[in-house]
Design a protein around this ligand. Structure first.
Ligand code: ZN
Length: 305
């Protein structure tokens, strides 16, 4: 088990992408800047996807320009991550000077076809090219395995299937592989099984393992702590717990960063993030979005005060 866990802050991308409120470019930049100042060092800032499909992310280039022009925040050393789904997205991300690339693979054919219009195996070939392209450009690259704990179309996803995908991805040589519970179906037992299977596959490889949980069924934080206990050193989370699940329209979003920070801090696990500052950002975000956010800590306050 790691004594230190790194957080990848995903509110500006995964969170906002599913939020009913569309923030201005300036507000997105402020969210990311506030997150960086609170001590969050890896921030999924933008995605380079088709703006017709995802209008919330249409200003990715402008967001990156503003972030890179802010020398004071830049000097804190945040790493701004750009999500890409194909070669064209990779080219745009490189041009926009992101610090890291995150590509996306899918554990099932149905999910891959629905999201990317191709089967899971073909998508893995495409991801291999993205990883190679990022490497050539000298940019760290991670790959998220979506639907690794359940599929909105196929239901249960066998552990062996996830292990196969991780094995195939490991051959392509990313810096990190993330197992994502895209629909918030997992419970800790699933996490222990799947993280264990992935770790067995990655044994000896220089590839970090990360987990991405949604709190769709209120199991997100339990899954997060199970992942840490199973040896995962990097977790995705979203300030305020914003986000959603496209397959469950009324569902809550990613696990709340500030709630996760509290859980980890009280468990003696260091994250390097200022808990009170993260709560302040969650409260600011709630006002900015104009609706309540799901996270608890920004309402209850930190204990002890
Ligand atoms: Zn997600």
């Amino acid at each position: 088990m790691h004594e230190r866990v790194d957080i990848v802050e995903v509110s500006a991308r995964d969170g906002l992408q599913s939020d009913p409120t569309i923030l201005s470019t300036a507000s997105k930049v402020e969210l990311i800047t506030r997150a960086a100042r609170a001590g969050l060092r890896r921030i999924e800032a933008v995605s380079f996807v088709n703006p017709k499909r995802v209008p919330q992310m249409a200003d990715a280039v402008e967001v990156m320009e503003a972030l890179l022009a802010d020398d004071a925040t830049r000097s804190l050393g945040p790493s701004y991550i750009g999500l890409v789904l194909n070669q064209r997205g990779l080219d745009r991300a490189i041009t926009a000077s992101v610090d890291e690339i995150n590509a996306v693979a899918m554990a099932t054919d149905s999910f891959a076809r629905s999201n990317q219009g191709m089967g899971a195996a073909q998508l893995l070939d495409e991801v291999a090219e993205i990883v190679a392209g990022a490497r050539t450009a000298g940019i760290p690259v991670s790959v998220t395995v979506s639907a690794a704990f359940g599929c909105p179309f196929e239901g249960e996803v066998p552990v062996d299937r996830v292990a196969e995908v991780v094995a195939r991805l490991a051959e392509t040589g990313p810096d990190e592989i993330a197992l994502a519970d895209s629909i918030g179906a997992a419970v800790p037992k699933d996490v222990v099984e799947r993280v264990g299977a992935a770790r067995d596959v990655l044994d000896g490889a220089d590839i970090r393992l990360r987990c991405h949980f949604h709190n769709t069924r209120n199991t997100g934080l339990a899954n997060a702590i199970a992942a840490v206990e199973a040896g995962v050193g990097v977790l995705d989370a979203s300030l305020g717990g914003i986000g959603g699940c496209p397959f469950a329209p009324n569902a809550t979003g990613n696990i709340p960063t500030e709630d996760l920070l509290y859980l980890l801090a009280r468990s003696g696990i260091d994250t390097g993030v200022d808990l009170a500052a993260a709560c302040d950002v969650a409260r600011w975000l709630e006002l900015e979005l104009g609706h309540p956010v799901p996270g608890y800590l920004s309402k209850a306050g930190v204990f002890p005060a």
